[in-house]
Ligand binder design. Structure first.
Ligand code: C2E
Ligand code: MG
Ligand code: MG
Length: 595
């Protein structure tokens, strides 16, 4: 009866002896393999289900035959004589001694190993084609984007990780990897104005062109084993082209170039003709030591550069440009603690009377003595400090330090006219802190008369100011603190407006003074510059403002500025920014020339 059950069982099975030869096969196995079960008897069982094709399965099979292993299960792709192929799950289990010839599938598992008396094994084969097919279809759905039918982000990262992993132990390829990271320019506008359906169609059309570029690039490759670049949609209007075993930046540049060119031709989307452009970040490097995240970050940064540089272009990753960005990040994260650690210091640059050549005041300029990057000028960190708000704390420190120093100079030379200190103030200090209270407190603490303090604000900081900032300026001015407009002439240059604010000094931007530089070098100065500056100075005087020229570098410039009525000068002609001790030496004397 058991024999009958074996013969009629819907599961395809064969009894196999210790030598690996089929003793008996049932009807189902015959049907599955397309061979008469009678004919199967005596055949090498492993050949029927292709067990020898992979060493691991072959080894396990031998172990089961010898009774040293409990069970083998593996999946095989089999070919039916009628041409169709199928996925088969093959299971081999030892037969317990007493049931071996009865053909029962009863005993299995670890017990079977011990109980196995060397009678043979049961081979069973299940057709799992339908399940595999479904799994494959599900996987395809999970790994592809429905709009463009391209591999999606998940599949892209899977391939990228696999490529980087393979590179670390395989020597066959170039050991390099390349990526074009692409983003359409202005896609959002198309989506918003023409609707998502048109947007989706455009994405699909773009995907088609990218795929064609990738195929052509694949054909053009010299290495015959190399595959075409993988094209994937990473989301939205972002695409990636991944080249495994790339040969260098030239190859990537060619691909990026061909993609830009392919996208240039207008698209015809159901009667709508439209064109798009794209920006591409290109990265090409050794695969060893590269992580998927590292590569994508580099690509992302590079894409950002391509956009910032004007879009519709490709840009190559530049480690130096990146280092600069990293430094910015590094600086920004250490700003606040650096203030507490006392890494900042002030230098002072004389403000010299044009008529008498004496030091009337000094501008305080902050420096950062960074433990890692050396001494940094304010252009490197003031912007960052404004962005993250630490300028408030830093500004307060600058103000207190400068006032304390100015008071010291005053006490050092009680018999001479005291010099004032001019301190730069960022817009955010006016908005985000109580500048008036801070100034009042610091003046009281240091004992510095308000008249010896001047604050420098840029024109854009006070332009259009109403409410709080304007009230603050008024209150400071009422206290006796001087207000100067820094870098005047680079912004709106609206003198009439400025004269209504409590401002006492204009600091003419260095670019005006530079217009005077050619005199004495055989090149005619631009007379228009001089006329403009002269008119500006006259107007300022009529409005009750005094004028300081920045960046005075030559005696000729100083002479002309003096002639057209400029009151004070600042620049390398008189002195570079220097430490407080040097200022003590310069005071009282006519300002020395340091060049
Ligand atoms: P600024 O207020 O216009 O300062 C003048 C800048 O011109 C200084 O640069 C100074 O070193 C430079 N300079 C002076 N004379 C000459 C010259 O003859 N030729 C040339 N080519 N340059 C000259 P620095 O020290 O690098 O400061 C840059 C800017 O940083 C300052 O421009 C100011 O806007 C800002 N800054 C400096 N210290 C502070 C501060 O404590 N707080 C704030 N908020 N900003 C500051
Ligand atoms: Mg200044
Ligand atoms: Mg300035």
């Amino acid at each position: 009866m058991l024999r009958g059950a074996f013969a009629a069982a819907p599961l395809a099975m064969a009894l196999v002896d210790r030598e690996g030869l089929v003793v008996s096969a049932n009807e189902s196995l015959g049907a599955l393999l397309g061979i008469d079960p009678e004919v199967l008897a005596g055949k090498v069982a492993a050949d029927l289900v292709d067990l020898a094709s992979d060493t691991r399965a072959w080894h396990a099979y031998r172990e089961v035959l010898r009774g040293r292993q409990a069970r083998l299960r593996c999946t095989r792709r089999l070919k039916h004589p009628d041409g169709h192929s199928l996925w088969a799950q093959v299971t081999v289990t030892p037969l317990p001694a007493e049931t071996a010839t009865e053909g029962s599938e009863g005993a299995r598992g670890s017990e079977g190993v011990r109980g196995y008396g060397g009678q043979g094994v049961l081979l069973s084969v299940a057709d799992i084609s339908a399940r595999r097919e479904l799994q494959a279809r599900l996987r395809h759905l999970q790994m592809h984007d429905p709009v463009t039918r391209l591999p999606n982000r998940t599949l892209f990262f899977e391939r990228l990780s696999a490529a980087l992993e393979a590179e670390s132990y395989e020597q066959s390829g170039t050991g390099r990897i390349g990526l074009c990271y692409l983003d359409l320019d202005g896609f959002k506008a198309i989506n918003d104005t023409l609707g998502h359906r048109v947007g989706d169609r455009l994405l699909a059309a773009v995907a088609e062109r990218l795929t064609r570029c990738a195929e052509e690039a694949g054909l053009a490759r010299r290495n015959p084993g190399a595959v075409a670049p993988l094209v994937a949609r990473l989301g939205g209007d972002e695409f990636a082209l991944l080249i495994e075993d790339s040969t260098g930046t030239d190859q990537l540049a060619d691909l990026a170039e061909s993609v830009l060119k392919a996208l240039q031709l207008p698209f015809d989307l159901a009667g709508q003709r439209m064109s798009v452009s794209a920006s591409i970040g290109v990265v090409e490097r050794h695969a060893a030591g590269t992580t998927p995240t590292g590569l994508m970050q580099a690509a992302d940064t590079t894409l950002y550069w391509a956009k910032a540089d004007g879009k519709s272009r490709w840009t190559l990753f530049d480690p130096e440009r990146n280092a600069h960005r990293m430094t910015r990040q590094a600086l920004s994260s250490t700003l606040r603690p650096a203030i507490e650690r006392g890494e900042f210091a002030l230098e002072y640059q004389p403000l010299v009377g044009m008529a008498d050549g004496r030091v009337h005041g000094v501008e305080a300029l902050v420096r950062w003595h960074h433990p890692q990057f050396g001494t940094l000028t304010p252009n490197r960190f003031i912007g960052l400090a404004e962005e993250d708000g630490s300028i408030v704390q830093l500004g307060r420190w600058v103000l207190a330090t400068a006032c304390r120093q100015a008071r010291r100079w005053q006490l050092e030379r009680p018999d001479e006219p005291p010099i004032f200190v001019s301190v730069n103030v960022a817009v955010r200090q006016v908005w985000d802190s109580d500048l008036v209270a801070d100034v009042a407190e610091i003046l009281a603490e240091t004992g510095l008369p308000a008249q010896l303090l001047q604050l420098e604000l840029t024109e854009s900081a006070v332009m259009g100011s109403a409410g709080r900032p304007l009230q603050a300026l008024q209150a400071l001015s009422d206290m006796g603190v001087g207000i100067a407009i820094d870098d005047f002439g680079t912004g709106y240059s609206n003198l009439a407006y400025l004269s209504r604010l409590p401002v006492s000094v204009l600091k003419l931007d260095g670019s005006f003074v530079r217009g005077f530089q050619y005199e004495g070098e055989g090149v005619a100065p631009n007379p228009a510059d001089e006329i403009v500056v002269e008119a500006m100075i006259q107007l300022a005087h009529r409005l009750g403002l005094t004028v300081t020229a920045e960046c005075v570098e030559t005696a000729a410039q100083a002479e002309r500025l003096r002639r057209i009525g400029c009151d004070t000068g600042q620049g390398w002609l008189y002195s570079r920014p220097v430490g407080a001790d040097r200022i003590s030496l310069l005071m009282g004397s006519r300002a020395c020339r340091q060049g």
